[in-house]
Design a protein around this ligand. Structure first.
Ligand code: NAD
Length: 506
Protein backbone atom coordinates (compact mmCIF):
# COMPACT_ATOMS: atom_id res chain seq x y z
CA UNK A 1 0.00 0.00 0.00
CA UNK A 2 1.41 3.31 -0.95
CA UNK A 3 0.32 6.68 0.32
CA UNK A 4 1.08 9.46 -2.10
CA UNK A 5 1.95 12.79 -0.63
CA UNK A 6 1.05 16.20 -1.96
CA UNK A 7 4.59 17.32 -1.09
CA UNK A 8 6.34 14.85 -3.43
CA UNK A 9 8.37 16.88 -5.87
CA UNK A 10 10.34 16.01 -8.98
CA UNK A 11 14.08 15.89 -8.38
CA UNK A 12 16.12 18.30 -10.44
CA UNK A 13 19.48 17.81 -12.10
CA UNK A 14 22.59 19.71 -11.07
CA UNK A 15 24.21 20.90 -14.29
CA UNK A 16 26.83 23.61 -14.57
CA UNK A 17 26.17 24.77 -11.01
CA UNK A 18 22.39 25.20 -11.50
CA UNK A 19 19.41 23.06 -10.55
CA UNK A 20 17.49 22.40 -13.76
CA UNK A 21 14.58 20.24 -14.87
CA UNK A 22 15.07 16.89 -16.56
CA UNK A 23 13.84 16.13 -20.05
CA UNK A 24 12.43 12.85 -18.76
CA UNK A 25 8.77 12.06 -19.21
CA UNK A 26 8.79 9.13 -16.77
CA UNK A 27 9.40 9.34 -13.04
CA UNK A 28 10.03 6.79 -10.31
CA UNK A 29 8.62 7.18 -6.82
CA UNK A 30 10.99 7.66 -3.88
CA UNK A 31 9.54 6.33 -0.64
CA UNK A 32 9.95 6.95 3.02
CA UNK A 33 10.28 3.23 3.81
CA UNK A 34 9.16 3.79 7.41
CA UNK A 35 5.73 5.02 6.32
CA UNK A 36 5.33 3.92 2.70
CA UNK A 37 4.73 7.57 1.78
CA UNK A 38 6.04 8.93 -1.54
CA UNK A 39 8.45 11.74 -0.74
CA UNK A 40 9.90 12.59 -4.16
CA UNK A 41 9.87 11.61 -7.80
CA UNK A 42 13.06 10.69 -9.64
CA UNK A 43 13.13 11.61 -13.32
CA UNK A 44 14.14 8.60 -15.37
CA UNK A 45 16.38 10.62 -17.64
CA UNK A 46 18.52 9.44 -20.51
CA UNK A 47 20.90 10.64 -23.19
CA UNK A 48 19.56 14.22 -23.44
CA UNK A 49 20.07 14.96 -19.74
CA UNK A 50 23.43 13.21 -19.72
CA UNK A 51 24.71 15.13 -22.76
CA UNK A 52 23.93 18.43 -21.03
CA UNK A 53 25.74 17.34 -17.88
CA UNK A 54 28.82 16.05 -19.72
CA UNK A 55 29.06 19.22 -21.78
CA UNK A 56 29.06 21.32 -18.59
CA UNK A 57 31.52 18.94 -16.93
CA UNK A 58 33.91 19.04 -19.85
CA UNK A 59 33.86 22.83 -20.01
CA UNK A 60 34.52 23.02 -16.26
CA UNK A 61 37.32 20.44 -16.48
CA UNK A 62 39.38 22.63 -18.83
CA UNK A 63 39.73 25.29 -16.09
CA UNK A 64 39.64 23.02 -13.05
CA UNK A 65 42.63 20.95 -14.15
CA UNK A 66 44.69 24.17 -14.19
CA UNK A 67 43.76 25.06 -10.59
CA UNK A 68 46.79 24.39 -8.35
CA UNK A 69 46.44 21.20 -6.36
CA UNK A 70 46.61 23.02 -3.02
CA UNK A 71 43.64 25.18 -4.04
CA UNK A 72 41.68 22.09 -5.01
CA UNK A 73 42.50 20.66 -1.57
CA UNK A 74 41.22 23.84 0.09
CA UNK A 75 37.80 23.34 -1.52
CA UNK A 76 37.75 19.89 0.10
CA UNK A 77 38.66 21.36 3.51
CA UNK A 78 35.67 23.72 3.22
CA UNK A 79 33.47 20.89 1.97
CA UNK A 80 34.45 18.78 4.99
CA UNK A 81 33.52 21.64 7.36
CA UNK A 82 30.15 22.05 5.61
CA UNK A 83 29.46 18.32 5.78
CA UNK A 84 30.17 18.41 9.51
CA UNK A 85 27.97 21.47 10.01
CA UNK A 86 25.11 19.72 8.14
CA UNK A 87 25.87 16.24 9.47
CA UNK A 88 22.59 15.72 11.33
CA UNK A 89 20.46 17.03 8.47
CA UNK A 90 22.18 14.72 5.97
CA UNK A 91 21.84 11.73 8.33
CA UNK A 92 18.11 12.44 8.71
CA UNK A 93 17.76 12.65 4.94
CA UNK A 94 19.50 9.26 4.60
CA UNK A 95 17.12 7.81 7.19
CA UNK A 96 14.08 9.33 5.51
CA UNK A 97 14.77 8.07 2.01
CA UNK A 98 16.47 4.78 2.90
CA UNK A 99 15.12 3.66 6.26
CA UNK A 100 18.39 3.20 8.18
CA UNK A 101 18.21 3.92 11.90
CA UNK A 102 19.59 7.35 12.77
CA UNK A 103 22.75 5.96 14.43
CA UNK A 104 23.39 3.89 11.27
CA UNK A 105 22.77 6.89 9.02
CA UNK A 106 25.07 9.08 11.14
CA UNK A 107 27.83 6.45 11.01
CA UNK A 108 27.51 6.21 7.23
CA UNK A 109 27.79 9.98 6.80
CA UNK A 110 30.86 9.94 9.06
CA UNK A 111 32.43 7.28 6.81
CA UNK A 112 31.75 9.51 3.82
CA UNK A 113 33.36 12.50 5.53
CA UNK A 114 36.47 10.39 6.08
CA UNK A 115 36.89 10.07 2.31
CA UNK A 116 36.78 13.87 2.08
CA UNK A 117 39.43 14.03 4.82
CA UNK A 118 41.54 11.62 2.78
CA UNK A 119 41.08 13.76 -0.34
CA UNK A 120 42.26 16.85 1.59
CA UNK A 121 45.73 15.28 1.47
CA UNK A 122 45.76 15.32 -2.32
CA UNK A 123 48.98 17.38 -2.70
CA UNK A 124 51.02 14.54 -1.27
CA UNK A 125 48.76 11.75 -2.55
CA UNK A 126 49.12 12.87 -6.15
CA UNK A 127 52.88 13.26 -6.13
CA UNK A 128 54.83 11.50 -8.83
CA UNK A 129 58.27 9.92 -8.66
CA UNK A 130 61.60 11.12 -9.96
CA UNK A 131 65.15 9.90 -10.28
CA UNK A 132 68.21 11.61 -11.68
CA UNK A 133 70.89 10.02 -13.84
CA UNK A 134 68.88 6.98 -14.92
CA UNK A 135 71.38 7.10 -17.80
CA UNK A 136 74.35 9.46 -18.13
CA UNK A 137 72.94 13.03 -17.84
CA UNK A 138 69.38 11.76 -18.15
CA UNK A 139 66.75 12.37 -15.47
CA UNK A 140 63.31 10.78 -15.27
CA UNK A 141 60.04 11.72 -13.58
CA UNK A 142 56.41 10.68 -13.50
CA UNK A 143 53.56 13.14 -13.00
CA UNK A 144 49.90 12.33 -12.35
CA UNK A 145 47.39 14.02 -14.62
CA UNK A 146 43.60 13.98 -14.23
CA UNK A 147 41.60 12.03 -16.82
CA UNK A 148 38.79 14.45 -17.72
CA UNK A 149 35.09 13.85 -17.11
CA UNK A 150 34.48 10.90 -14.76
CA UNK A 151 31.12 9.38 -13.84
CA UNK A 152 29.76 7.59 -10.78
CA UNK A 153 26.78 5.22 -10.64
CA UNK A 154 25.57 4.43 -7.14
CA UNK A 155 23.41 1.80 -5.39
CA UNK A 156 20.52 2.46 -3.01
CA UNK A 157 21.98 1.12 0.20
CA UNK A 158 24.24 4.01 1.27
CA UNK A 159 22.68 7.14 -0.25
CA UNK A 160 25.41 9.53 0.99
CA UNK A 161 28.43 7.34 1.74
CA UNK A 162 28.91 5.35 -1.47
CA UNK A 163 28.79 8.40 -3.79
CA UNK A 164 31.26 10.03 -1.36
CA UNK A 165 33.64 7.11 -1.98
CA UNK A 166 33.91 8.40 -5.53
CA UNK A 167 33.72 12.11 -6.29
CA UNK A 168 35.87 13.74 -3.56
CA UNK A 169 38.86 11.76 -4.83
CA UNK A 170 38.00 12.24 -8.52
CA UNK A 171 37.50 15.98 -8.13
CA UNK A 172 40.60 16.73 -6.07
CA UNK A 173 42.64 14.79 -8.63
CA UNK A 174 41.54 17.53 -11.06
CA UNK A 175 38.69 15.74 -12.86
CA UNK A 176 35.11 16.88 -13.25
CA UNK A 177 32.32 14.49 -12.28
CA UNK A 178 28.82 13.41 -13.22
CA UNK A 179 27.02 11.45 -10.49
CA UNK A 180 23.99 9.27 -11.10
CA UNK A 181 22.62 8.40 -7.66
CA UNK A 182 20.32 5.44 -7.21
CA UNK A 183 16.84 6.36 -8.47
CA UNK A 184 15.52 4.94 -5.18
CA UNK A 185 17.48 7.39 -2.97
CA UNK A 186 18.46 10.56 -4.85
CA UNK A 187 17.85 13.14 -2.10
CA UNK A 188 20.97 12.88 0.10
CA UNK A 189 23.30 13.34 -2.88
CA UNK A 190 21.31 16.40 -3.94
CA UNK A 191 21.64 17.92 -0.49
CA UNK A 192 25.40 17.28 -0.55
CA UNK A 193 25.68 18.70 -4.09
CA UNK A 194 24.55 22.07 -2.73
CA UNK A 195 27.32 21.94 -0.11
CA UNK A 196 29.98 21.42 -2.79
CA UNK A 197 28.85 24.62 -4.48
CA UNK A 198 28.94 26.45 -1.12
CA UNK A 199 32.48 25.13 -0.59
CA UNK A 200 33.57 27.10 -3.64
CA UNK A 201 33.75 24.30 -6.19
CA UNK A 202 33.49 25.97 -9.62
CA UNK A 203 30.22 25.42 -11.49
CA UNK A 204 30.16 22.28 -13.60
CA UNK A 205 32.94 20.41 -11.79
CA UNK A 206 30.29 18.33 -9.99
CA UNK A 207 27.00 17.47 -11.71
CA UNK A 208 24.05 15.21 -10.91
CA UNK A 209 21.80 13.36 -13.36
CA UNK A 210 18.97 10.98 -12.54
CA UNK A 211 17.65 7.79 -14.04
CA UNK A 212 18.10 4.07 -14.49
CA UNK A 213 19.29 1.86 -17.36
CA UNK A 214 18.88 4.49 -20.12
CA UNK A 215 20.95 6.99 -18.19
CA UNK A 216 23.59 4.36 -17.37
CA UNK A 217 23.81 3.29 -21.01
CA UNK A 218 24.25 6.93 -22.03
CA UNK A 219 27.14 7.17 -19.53
CA UNK A 220 28.74 4.01 -20.90
CA UNK A 221 28.52 5.24 -24.48
CA UNK A 222 29.43 8.92 -24.05
CA UNK A 223 32.83 9.47 -25.70
CA UNK A 224 33.81 12.34 -23.37
CA UNK A 225 33.49 10.24 -20.20
CA UNK A 226 36.87 8.74 -19.43
CA UNK A 227 36.19 6.66 -16.32
CA UNK A 228 33.24 5.07 -14.54
CA UNK A 229 33.01 4.14 -10.87
CA UNK A 230 30.14 1.76 -10.21
CA UNK A 231 28.81 0.20 -7.03
CA UNK A 232 25.77 -2.09 -7.12
CA UNK A 233 24.71 -5.65 -7.81
CA UNK A 234 27.00 -8.17 -9.54
CA UNK A 235 24.89 -8.51 -12.69
CA UNK A 236 24.97 -4.76 -13.35
CA UNK A 237 28.62 -4.41 -12.23
CA UNK A 238 29.63 -6.99 -14.84
CA UNK A 239 27.48 -5.33 -17.49
CA UNK A 240 29.02 -1.92 -16.82
CA UNK A 241 32.56 -3.29 -16.68
CA UNK A 242 32.20 -5.20 -19.96
CA UNK A 243 30.44 -2.41 -21.86
CA UNK A 244 32.35 0.46 -20.28
CA UNK A 245 35.74 -1.05 -21.12
CA UNK A 246 34.47 -1.95 -24.62
CA UNK A 247 33.84 1.79 -25.03
CA UNK A 248 37.42 2.53 -24.05
CA UNK A 249 36.78 3.68 -20.50
CA UNK A 250 38.44 2.84 -17.23
CA UNK A 251 35.95 1.04 -15.03
CA UNK A 252 35.97 0.07 -11.37
CA UNK A 253 32.79 -1.88 -10.66
CA UNK A 254 32.02 -3.20 -7.19
CA UNK A 255 29.31 -5.86 -7.11
CA UNK A 256 27.24 -7.91 -4.68
CA UNK A 257 28.42 -10.17 -1.91
CA UNK A 258 27.85 -13.10 0.40
CA UNK A 259 30.03 -12.63 3.45
CA UNK A 260 30.96 -15.63 5.58
CA UNK A 261 31.49 -15.48 9.33
CA UNK A 262 33.31 -18.50 10.73
CA UNK A 263 33.01 -19.13 14.45
CA UNK A 264 35.57 -21.45 16.02
CA UNK A 265 34.77 -23.41 19.21
CA UNK A 266 37.34 -21.30 21.12
CA UNK A 267 35.64 -17.99 20.24
CA UNK A 268 34.20 -15.74 22.94
CA UNK A 269 30.56 -16.68 22.34
CA UNK A 270 28.99 -13.66 24.04
CA UNK A 271 31.01 -11.19 21.95
CA UNK A 272 30.48 -13.25 18.81
CA UNK A 273 26.70 -13.25 19.26
CA UNK A 274 26.68 -9.46 19.51
CA UNK A 275 28.99 -9.03 16.52
CA UNK A 276 27.12 -11.55 14.38
CA UNK A 277 23.79 -9.93 15.14
CA UNK A 278 25.13 -6.47 14.28
CA UNK A 279 26.80 -7.73 11.12
CA UNK A 280 23.78 -9.68 9.82
CA UNK A 281 20.98 -7.32 10.85
CA UNK A 282 22.66 -3.88 10.94
CA UNK A 283 21.18 -1.61 8.22
CA UNK A 284 18.48 -4.31 7.90
CA UNK A 285 21.05 -6.51 6.16
CA UNK A 286 21.24 -4.08 3.22
CA UNK A 287 25.04 -3.90 3.30
CA UNK A 288 27.53 -5.36 0.87
CA UNK A 289 29.63 -6.27 3.93
CA UNK A 290 26.76 -7.80 5.93
CA UNK A 291 27.68 -11.12 7.50
CA UNK A 292 24.89 -13.12 5.86
CA UNK A 293 26.32 -16.62 6.27
CA UNK A 294 27.47 -17.95 9.65
CA UNK A 295 29.62 -21.09 9.74
CA UNK A 296 30.06 -22.37 13.28
CA UNK A 297 32.77 -25.02 13.46
CA UNK A 298 32.38 -28.18 15.58
CA UNK A 299 30.63 -27.63 18.90
CA UNK A 300 30.60 -23.80 18.47
CA UNK A 301 27.01 -24.05 17.15
CA UNK A 302 25.60 -25.62 20.35
CA UNK A 303 26.01 -22.50 22.45
CA UNK A 304 26.03 -19.90 19.69
CA UNK A 305 22.77 -20.58 17.82
CA UNK A 306 20.32 -20.58 20.80
CA UNK A 307 21.93 -17.39 22.18
CA UNK A 308 21.88 -15.71 18.76
CA UNK A 309 18.22 -16.63 18.14
CA UNK A 310 17.18 -15.41 21.60
CA UNK A 311 19.09 -12.15 21.30
CA UNK A 312 18.03 -11.39 17.71
CA UNK A 313 14.42 -12.18 18.54
CA UNK A 314 14.49 -9.31 21.05
CA UNK A 315 15.52 -6.72 18.46
CA UNK A 316 12.98 -3.94 18.02
CA UNK A 317 11.94 -3.24 14.44
CA UNK A 318 10.05 -0.10 13.46
CA UNK A 319 9.96 3.32 11.82
CA UNK A 320 13.27 5.14 11.95
CA UNK A 321 12.39 8.73 11.19
CA UNK A 322 10.15 9.40 14.18
CA UNK A 323 10.85 9.66 17.90
CA UNK A 324 11.31 5.94 18.50
CA UNK A 325 14.77 4.50 18.24
CA UNK A 326 14.39 0.91 17.00
CA UNK A 327 17.27 -1.54 16.62
CA UNK A 328 16.35 -2.11 12.99
CA UNK A 329 14.47 -0.12 10.36
CA UNK A 330 12.53 -1.09 7.25
CA UNK A 331 13.80 -2.31 3.88
CA UNK A 332 14.11 0.24 1.11
CA UNK A 333 10.95 -0.60 -0.86
CA UNK A 334 7.98 -2.96 -0.96
CA UNK A 335 9.42 -4.54 -4.10
CA UNK A 336 12.67 -5.33 -2.28
CA UNK A 337 10.78 -6.56 0.79
CA UNK A 338 8.81 -8.98 -1.39
CA UNK A 339 12.02 -10.21 -3.04
CA UNK A 340 13.60 -10.93 0.36
CA UNK A 341 10.43 -12.66 1.58
CA UNK A 342 10.35 -14.87 -1.51
CA UNK A 343 13.95 -15.94 -0.82
CA UNK A 344 12.94 -16.83 2.75
CA UNK A 345 10.14 -18.98 1.34
CA UNK A 346 12.64 -20.63 -0.99
CA UNK A 347 14.99 -21.38 1.93
CA UNK A 348 12.18 -23.07 3.82
CA UNK A 349 11.13 -25.04 0.72
CA UNK A 350 14.68 -26.21 0.09
CA UNK A 351 14.80 -27.64 3.62
CA UNK A 352 16.65 -25.16 5.85
CA UNK A 353 15.24 -24.88 9.39
CA UNK A 354 13.75 -21.48 10.29
CA UNK A 355 15.06 -20.74 13.78
CA UNK A 356 13.71 -17.16 13.77
CA UNK A 357 11.03 -15.93 11.35
CA UNK A 358 11.04 -12.17 10.66
CA UNK A 359 7.95 -12.42 8.46
CA UNK A 360 5.78 -12.23 11.57
CA UNK A 361 6.98 -8.66 12.11
CA UNK A 362 6.34 -7.94 8.44
CA UNK A 363 2.76 -9.13 8.82
CA UNK A 364 2.18 -7.09 11.98
CA UNK A 365 3.29 -3.84 10.31
CA UNK A 366 2.24 -4.58 6.75
CA UNK A 367 0.02 -1.56 6.25
CA UNK A 368 2.73 0.99 7.03
CA UNK A 369 6.35 0.69 5.97
CA UNK A 370 8.41 -2.08 4.46
CA UNK A 371 9.27 -4.08 7.57
CA UNK A 372 10.82 -7.47 8.05
CA UNK A 373 12.25 -8.83 11.29
CA UNK A 374 15.57 -10.64 11.75
CA UNK A 375 15.37 -14.10 10.22
CA UNK A 376 17.71 -17.02 10.97
CA UNK A 377 17.96 -20.27 9.03
CA UNK A 378 19.79 -23.11 10.77
CA UNK A 379 21.08 -26.29 9.11
CA UNK A 380 21.38 -24.63 5.70
CA UNK A 381 23.43 -26.52 3.09
CA UNK A 382 25.98 -25.06 0.66
CA UNK A 383 23.84 -25.98 -2.38
CA UNK A 384 20.76 -24.05 -1.16
CA UNK A 385 19.72 -20.79 -2.83
CA UNK A 386 19.84 -18.88 0.48
CA UNK A 387 23.52 -19.86 0.85
CA UNK A 388 24.55 -19.22 -2.74
CA UNK A 389 22.66 -15.99 -3.49
CA UNK A 390 22.92 -12.53 -1.98
CA UNK A 391 19.62 -11.83 -0.17
CA UNK A 392 20.36 -8.23 0.88
CA UNK A 393 17.93 -8.26 3.79
CA UNK A 394 17.91 -9.24 7.47
CA UNK A 395 18.37 -12.95 6.80
CA UNK A 396 21.21 -14.99 8.28
CA UNK A 397 21.83 -18.55 7.11
CA UNK A 398 23.82 -20.96 9.26
CA UNK A 399 25.84 -23.75 7.66
CA UNK A 400 27.41 -26.01 10.29
CA UNK A 401 30.94 -27.22 9.51
CA UNK A 402 33.03 -29.99 11.08
CA UNK A 403 36.44 -28.32 10.74
CA UNK A 404 38.00 -25.01 9.76
CA UNK A 405 39.08 -26.60 6.48
CA UNK A 406 35.44 -27.53 5.73
CA UNK A 407 34.38 -23.95 6.51
CA UNK A 408 37.04 -22.54 4.17
CA UNK A 409 35.82 -24.98 1.47
CA UNK A 410 32.32 -23.47 1.70
CA UNK A 411 33.93 -20.11 0.91
CA UNK A 412 35.82 -21.53 -2.06
CA UNK A 413 32.53 -22.50 -3.73
CA UNK A 414 31.09 -19.01 -3.27
CA UNK A 415 31.16 -16.92 -6.48
CA UNK A 416 31.46 -13.68 -4.51
CA UNK A 417 34.48 -12.54 -2.51
CA UNK A 418 33.88 -9.29 -0.68
CA UNK A 419 34.38 -9.93 3.03
CA UNK A 420 34.91 -12.85 5.40
CA UNK A 421 35.38 -12.98 9.14
CA UNK A 422 36.68 -15.43 11.73
CA UNK A 423 35.87 -15.37 15.43
CA UNK A 424 38.54 -17.25 17.37
CA UNK A 425 41.10 -16.97 20.13
CA UNK A 426 43.61 -19.02 18.20
CA UNK A 427 46.29 -17.17 16.26
CA UNK A 428 46.89 -20.25 14.16
CA UNK A 429 43.24 -20.62 13.10
CA UNK A 430 43.13 -16.92 12.32
CA UNK A 431 46.29 -17.16 10.23
CA UNK A 432 45.04 -20.20 8.27
CA UNK A 433 41.76 -18.42 7.59
CA UNK A 434 43.42 -15.15 6.59
CA UNK A 435 45.76 -16.92 4.19
CA UNK A 436 43.30 -19.28 2.57
CA UNK A 437 39.83 -17.74 2.57
CA UNK A 438 38.65 -16.78 -0.92
CA UNK A 439 37.70 -13.12 -0.30
CA UNK A 440 39.35 -9.71 -0.48
CA UNK A 441 38.48 -8.16 2.91
CA UNK A 442 39.20 -10.20 6.01
CA UNK A 443 38.13 -9.64 9.61
CA UNK A 444 39.67 -11.34 12.61
CA UNK A 445 37.21 -10.85 15.49
CA UNK A 446 35.86 -7.82 13.53
CA UNK A 447 32.29 -8.31 12.32
CA UNK A 448 32.25 -5.88 9.39
CA UNK A 449 35.78 -5.48 7.99
CA UNK A 450 34.96 -2.49 5.74
CA UNK A 451 38.18 -0.52 5.25
CA UNK A 452 38.55 3.15 6.19
CA UNK A 453 38.92 5.75 3.44
CA UNK A 454 42.70 5.50 3.11
CA UNK A 455 42.59 1.77 2.35
CA UNK A 456 41.07 0.37 -0.86
CA UNK A 457 37.79 -1.58 -0.81
CA UNK A 458 39.34 -4.79 -2.06
CA UNK A 459 36.52 -7.09 -3.18
CA UNK A 460 37.47 -10.24 -5.14
CA UNK A 461 35.79 -12.59 -7.64
CA UNK A 462 32.25 -11.53 -8.62
CA UNK A 463 32.31 -8.79 -5.99
CA UNK A 464 34.60 -6.63 -8.11
CA UNK A 465 35.35 -6.09 -11.79
CA UNK A 466 38.34 -3.96 -12.71
CA UNK A 467 41.97 -3.45 -11.74
CA UNK A 468 41.98 -0.53 -9.34
CA UNK A 469 39.60 -0.61 -6.39
CA UNK A 470 37.60 2.24 -4.91
CA UNK A 471 39.16 4.45 -2.16
CA UNK A 472 42.71 4.75 -0.85
CA UNK A 473 45.79 4.90 -3.06
CA UNK A 474 44.06 2.77 -5.72
CA UNK A 475 41.38 5.46 -5.92
CA UNK A 476 44.05 8.06 -6.70
CA UNK A 477 45.56 5.80 -9.34
CA UNK A 478 42.16 5.14 -10.88
CA UNK A 479 41.34 8.82 -11.33
CA UNK A 480 44.75 9.83 -12.73
CA UNK A 481 47.00 8.90 -15.61
CA UNK A 482 50.76 9.06 -15.34
CA UNK A 483 53.02 10.96 -17.65
CA UNK A 484 56.67 10.00 -17.70
CA UNK A 485 59.23 12.56 -18.81
CA UNK A 486 62.86 11.75 -19.56
CA UNK A 487 65.16 14.76 -19.77
CA UNK A 488 68.69 15.37 -21.03
CA UNK A 489 70.44 18.77 -21.35
CA UNK A 490 73.50 18.99 -23.55
CA UNK A 491 76.65 20.87 -22.69
CA UNK A 492 76.88 24.06 -24.77
CA UNK A 493 79.24 23.66 -27.77
CA UNK A 494 79.59 27.36 -28.35
CA UNK A 495 82.74 28.49 -26.44
CA UNK A 496 81.52 32.06 -26.31
CA UNK A 497 78.31 30.95 -24.54
CA UNK A 498 78.34 32.09 -20.93
CA UNK A 499 75.78 30.45 -18.68
CA UNK A 500 75.26 33.01 -15.90
CA UNK A 501 74.38 30.36 -13.34
CA UNK A 502 76.51 27.36 -14.12
CA UNK A 503 79.88 27.15 -15.82
CA UNK A 504 81.40 23.97 -17.26
CA UNK A 505 84.67 22.82 -15.61
CA UNK A 506 86.92 23.75 -18.55
P1 NAD B 1 21.64 -2.26 -8.62
O1 NAD B 1 22.71 -2.97 -9.33
O2 NAD B 1 20.24 -2.66 -8.86
O3 NAD B 1 21.69 -0.69 -8.99
C1 NAD B 1 22.90 0.03 -8.91
C2 NAD B 1 22.89 1.13 -9.96
O4 NAD B 1 22.78 0.53 -11.25
C3 NAD B 1 21.72 2.09 -9.81
O5 NAD B 1 22.19 3.39 -9.95
C4 NAD B 1 20.78 1.69 -10.93
O6 NAD B 1 20.07 2.78 -11.47
C5 NAD B 1 21.69 1.09 -11.96
N1 NAD B 1 21.03 0.02 -12.72
C6 NAD B 1 20.06 -0.81 -12.27
N2 NAD B 1 19.70 -1.67 -13.23
C7 NAD B 1 20.43 -1.38 -14.33
C8 NAD B 1 20.52 -1.93 -15.65
N3 NAD B 1 19.76 -2.94 -16.04
N4 NAD B 1 21.40 -1.40 -16.50
C9 NAD B 1 22.20 -0.37 -16.13
N5 NAD B 1 22.15 0.19 -14.88
C10 NAD B 1 21.29 -0.30 -13.99
O7 NAD B 1 22.01 -2.30 -7.07
P2 NAD B 1 21.13 -1.79 -5.84
O8 NAD B 1 19.99 -2.71 -5.65
O9 NAD B 1 20.87 -0.34 -5.95
O10 NAD B 1 22.20 -1.95 -4.63
C11 NAD B 1 22.38 -3.16 -3.96
C12 NAD B 1 23.57 -3.92 -4.48
O11 NAD B 1 24.76 -3.13 -4.39
C13 NAD B 1 23.85 -5.17 -3.68
O12 NAD B 1 24.13 -6.23 -4.56
C14 NAD B 1 25.09 -4.80 -2.87
O13 NAD B 1 25.88 -5.89 -2.47
C15 NAD B 1 25.79 -3.91 -3.82
N6 NAD B 1 26.78 -3.07 -3.14
C16 NAD B 1 28.09 -3.40 -3.30
C17 NAD B 1 29.06 -2.67 -2.63
C18 NAD B 1 30.51 -3.04 -2.77
O14 NAD B 1 31.36 -2.27 -2.36
N7 NAD B 1 30.84 -4.18 -3.35
C19 NAD B 1 28.69 -1.59 -1.83
C20 NAD B 1 27.34 -1.27 -1.71
C21 NAD B 1 26.38 -2.03 -2.38
Amino acid sequence: MVATSATATKCQLLIGGKWVNSDATEHQEVYNPSTGEVIALTPMGGRKDLDRAVEAAHKAFLDWKEVPVVERARVMFKFKALLEANYEEIARCVTREHGKTLPEARASVQRGIEVVEFACGIPSLMMGESMENIARNVDCETIRHPLGVCAGIAPFNFPAMVPLWMYPIAITCGNSFVLKPSEKVPLSSMMIGDLLSQAGLPDGVFNIVHGGKDCVDAIIEHPMIKAISFVGSTTIAKYIYQNGTAHGKRVQAAGGAKNHIIIMPDADIEQTVQALQASAFGCAGERCMAGSLAIPVGEAAEELIPQLVASSGKMSVGPTDGDSNPDMGPLVSREHLNKVKSLIEKGAKEGAAIALDGREIAAAKADKGFFLGPTIFDHAKPEMTIVKEEIFGPVLSVVRARTLEDAIEVGKKCPYGNGAVIYTNSGRSAREFKRHFNAGMIGVNVGVPAPMAWFPFTGWNNSFFGDLHIQGSEGIQFYTQQKMTMTRWFEPKNASFQDPIWKPKN
